[in-house]
Design a protein around this ligand. Structure first.
Ligand code: 9MG
Length: 280
């Protein structure tokens, strides 16, 4: 299985990719405010790359539950200088986490290679046309609602089946929009319009999505369902995050989105080393 994002190509099976999170927002989910300064965000991104991140995910609009949207101009002001500075310095793909086609276009023009679309349920195809035009990688994430509304009262008859149907339908539409299958990563969207129970069911049944023949990306890092389940504050969720990441690797995930890159790389490599000896 291949994943292509502009000049970058990854062939699986290979060690899972850890995608390091760089939030350039004053109100972000778990490291809010720390990296709003361009120098600090660039330094953080370089630090994550040195720790073993193989993708950097830059975000200028918070997607934490309840977050208010920001204007296009403000989002561009936050992310473009960071992408511009990083593009000349790192040799790993830069992903941009955005809902806005105009931000995606400007980010790709500045050197980003992947669009992390947490609104892949969109009806408007403009985002996909831009991704196709740049031959960028695309994260197709399942969500219900918007960050502001998504945790209202999410109801599914069968969350695993419904997310699977969403992937099937989106893969067809993405293909029709000119995005080749090898440019797509699938993501069940832990915490995006889902209760803690839904998140657990998706993680427990992650292997069922490997039939889609696309790499699976999982983001569990520091998420609130871990806090809810274990009574852990934001800064105490690393063990829970690593447990979920290792289980996701065992279930066949290829990309782990994480804030704590060094720790995640170590946990993932250890899991892979054990799995490689299964049945020996
Ligand atoms: C931006 N963002 C926050 N959580 C995420 C997740 O789980 N997946 C992806 N693709 N992006 C996320």
């Amino acid at each position: 299985m291949q994943f292509h994002a502009r000049q970058f190509e990854f062939a699986f099976p290979r060690p899972a990719l850890v995608m390091g999170v760089v939030n350039v927002t004053p109100d972000s989910f778990s490291d809010g405010g720390k990296f709003l300064d361009v120098d600090a965000a660039v330094a953080r991104a370089l630090e994550l790359a040195a720790q073993g991140a193989e993708i950097l995910d830059i975000g200028g609009e918070s997607t934490r539950p309840g977050a208010e949207p920001v204007t296009e101009a403000e989002e561009l002001r936050r992310v473009l200088p960071v992408i511009g500075r990083l593009a000349g310095r790192v040799h790993i793909p830069i992903s941009v986490d955005t809902l806005k086609p105009a931000v995606a276009r400007a980010a790709l023009a500045a050197g980003a290679c992947i669009i992390n679309d947490v609104a892949a349920h969109r009806e408007d195809s403009l985002m996909w046309e831009i991704v196709a035009e740049f031959k960028a990688g695309y994260v197709c994430m399942h969500a219900r609602g918007t960050p502001r509304t998504m945790q209202g009262n999410p109801v599914y008859r069968d969350v695993v089946r419904e997310v699977g149907e969403f992937f099937q339908e989106r893969l067809e539409r993405l293909n029709a929009s000119g995005i080749a299958a090898e440019r797509i990563l699938l993501d069940v969207g832990v915490g995006f319009g889902k209760t803690a129970e839904h998140n657990l069911q998706l993680l427990a049944n992650l292997r069922s999505f490997t039939t889609m023949a696309r790499p699976l990306l999982i983001g569990v890092s520091r998420k609130s369902f871990i806090g809810k389940l274990l009574g852990a504050d934001l800064d105490k969720r690393l063990p829970g995050s690593l447990a979920c990441a290792c289980l996701a690797i065992e279930a066949g995930a290829q990309v782990i989105r994480a804030h704590d890159v060094a720790e995640t790389v170590q946990a993932v490599r250890m899991t892979e080393a054990v799995l490689a000896r299964k049945g020996k």
